[in-house]
Design a protein around this ligand. Structure first.
Ligand code: SAM
Length: 286
């Protein structure tokens, strides 16, 4: 579509951390300014297609399984019997695909603010949208903050916040008010999980504040699970789980071992291992 000259690199600069990440790109496949964000898709030499929002890497074909498995399966195997699942954000549909692998899930509603992200996934990331026609899946395009405001009390088992960074349209998804409403719409035993940025760059700031705010919002237990993510700032990422009247430090280990899902990263061992925080994180979060 738009072949690029030889030796062109896409670079995301993490200014405040004095670092950057680059991928060699061969073609620009899409460039759209939506009402919410600037969306680009590139073909890369070694990571398959790359999606970028407002200059930040969202995902690549090659390594998105790490993030999508870790935002979906720890929460779903922590809940005792997840049936009603909601995803806020997640417009690329990779998380939705992982959630739908759980046969016990009866209904998944995904609410992304930006239809253009899903349209781009349909064109350039066919593997991620492969389950979108599942009769249990419902795709809505709206502001997740407003959707949670309007949702009924105790109507959800697992709530997944698969958002962009806490700036722009996603800012409201990291506020205490929002977390209080998330707590309200979860049924007792409910589990919430939120993407929570880099363990190396954000343990003492965003992750620490999120964990504090989750407790303030009424959640009785909180656990942050780090995992590798080569294309995100520092190459390392995290999700933070919060439980409503349930302890998110325990999960259904037998079920997590005994399933038919073709997973590439998540196992009961990676889950258990991720629950053991390294000392620098424990200190920063204390
Ligand atoms: N894995 C990514 C990361 O950690 O950077 C997130 C991927 S997903 C593409 C993020 C999605 O959150 C985007 O599609 C964006 O449109 C959506 N989003 C941001 N703010 C939102 C809001 N207030 N309500 C619903 N969706 C939102």
């Amino acid at each position: 579509m738009n072949p690029l000259p030889h030796d062109v690199w896409f670079t995301e600069v993490f200014d405040s951390h004095g670092s950057a990440f680059s991928l060699k790109v061969s073609e620009k496949l899409l460039d759209v300014q939506s009402p919410y964000q600037h969306l680009e898709v590139y073909a890369t030499d070694t990571y398959g297609n790359l999606m970028v929002l407002d200059g930040c890497v969202m995902l690549t074909d090659r390594d998105n399984f790490l993030y999508h498995e870790m935002i979906a399966h720890p929460a779903l195997f922590t809940h005792q019997d997840p049936k009603r699942v909601v995803i806020i954000g997640g417009g690329d549909c990779g998380t939705l695909k992982e959630v739908l692998r759980h046969p016990g899930v009866e209904h998944v509603t995904q609410i992304d603010i930006d239809k253009e992200v899903t349209k781009a996934a349909e064109r350039f990331f066919p593997a991620l949208v492969a389950s979108n026609n599942d009769s249990r899946a419902e795709l809505l395009f709206a502001d997740g903050v407003k959707w949670v405001d309007d949702a009924a009390d105790e109507s959800i088992d697992v709530l997944i916040i698969d958002s962009t960074d806490p700036v722009g349209p996603a800012e409201g998804l990291f506020k205490t008010d929002f977390l209080t409403r998330c707590h309200r719409i979860l049924a007792p035993g409910g589990v919430m999980v939120q993407q929570s940025e880099s363990p190396l760059y954000h343990s003492g700031t965003i992750i620490r504040e999120l964990r504090h705010d989750m407790r303030e919002a009424g959640f009785n237990s909180v656990a942050t699970l780090p995992f590798p993510q080569p294309v995100y700032p520092s190459g390392w990422w995290s999700v933070t789980l919060a439980g409503k009247e349930t302890d998110v430090n325990y999960f259904r280990e037998e079920a997590a071992a005994d399933h038919e899902m073709p997973l590439q990263y998540y196992t009961p061992d990676t889950h258990r291992g991720a629950l053991v925080l390294p000392p620098f994180m424990r200190n920063a979060l204390a």
